[in-house]
Design a protein around this ligand. Structure first.
Ligand SMILES: [Zn+2]
Length: 306
């Protein structure tokens, strides 16, 4: 009998590159009958939640060992489990980015999107091993794992001290409802790009010690910036029409990956199969070294819950 492992390893190579899941975990899923080659698309409300979270987390510009601080993730249609880097500063940054808060000058603002920050409607509770982020009376769940769940309330309290009062009621507030209605299905938050990207965020990671992935809405789609990310050809393959990819195709590229100096200033445009959206990718080199990162992280950890 032939050993099935090499075939399984080859079959899951792209998925592992996109999600960071272990071969063992995927083998167990395979045994339970799941399709481990593909990455499931999110259900509609789940996708909205993921899109909102992606924009918020990108805004803080984490530079760390993993893109957006995500060491691995496990995508399912109705929820997304993300294992974060187990560092207090990463957990603090996530809490600060995601949790909705009242703007300090809300009384002077007329646009509800300026009156409340973070992910509108987001609430949380902790379990023994995870933080659950959800929106009341709305399907969808983000599970954060990989760190002591008791860090989260401390990070939330610290975020409140720095940003102002968090929105914590049992239901959406009228401002949150209005703000969400004002951004949903607009070019300000292209859910059709952001959710598939988050579900494959490890595809934006290279081999450097300091990873930084940034994405923001731009006219007609997204800008995606990687630091010390993968070679353009690898990124295009993982985000392309393969079994794991979202099916985006490269429309144009200026690539320096093969040049002796390497990587500086690569640009690539990807397009969704329906031609509706584009993702403009740029690759930079991180100016930071592993030693810089260690020093910054230690300082961030020291102040994480202050
Ligand atoms: Zn390139």
């Amino acid at each position: 009998m032939t050993d099935p492992r090499p075939a399984l390893l080859a079959a899951t190579r792209d998925r592992r590159a996109c999600t960071g899941e272990s071969h063992q975990a995927l083998t167990a899923l395979h045994r339970s009958g799941a399709d481990i080659r593909a990455i499931a698309a999110a259900d509609p409300e789940q996708a909205e939640l993921e899109a909102a979270a992606t924009l918020a987390v990108c805004r803080i510009g984490i530079q760390g060992a993993h893109p957006l601080g995500i060491a691995s993730l496990h995508p399912e249609p109705h929820r997304l489990t993300m294992r974060l880097t187990p560092r207090p500063y990463v957990v603090r940054l996530w809490a600060e980015a995601l949790l909705p808060c009242h703007a300090w000058d809300a009384h002077t603002r007329t646009d509800p999107r300026d009156r409340v920050g973070g992910v509108y409607g987001l609430r949380w509770h902790t379990t023994a091993s995870a933080v659950h982020l959800y929106r009341p009376r709305t399907p969808g769940l983000l599970r954060l794992t990989g760190f002591p769940a008791r860090w989260w309330p401390r990070a939330a309290a610290a975020a409140e001290r720095s940003r102002g009062p968090l929105v914590t009621g049992p239901d959406w507030t009228p401002d949150e409802h209005a703000a969400e209605a004002g951004i949903r299905d607009t070019a300000l938050r292209p859910t059709a790009l952001l959710s598939p990207l988050l579900r494959r965020i490890r595809a934006t990671a290279g081999t450097g010690a300091v990873q930084a992935t940034d994405a923001w809405a731009a006219y007609g789609g997204l800008r995606l910036e990687t630091m010390d990310g993968p070679p353009c050809a690898e990124l295009a393959r993982l985000l392309g029409p393969g079994s794991c990819g979202p099916g985006w195709t490269a429309a144009s590229a200026w690539c320096a990956c093969e040049r002796p100096a390497g990587r500086e200033g690569c640009v690539m445009t990807l397009r969704t199969p329906d031609g509706r959206w584009t993702v403009n990718c740029t690759a930079q080199r991180s100016p930071r070294t592993a030693a810089d990162l260690a020093a910054l992280s230690a300082e961030g950890d020291r102040r994480a819950f202050a």
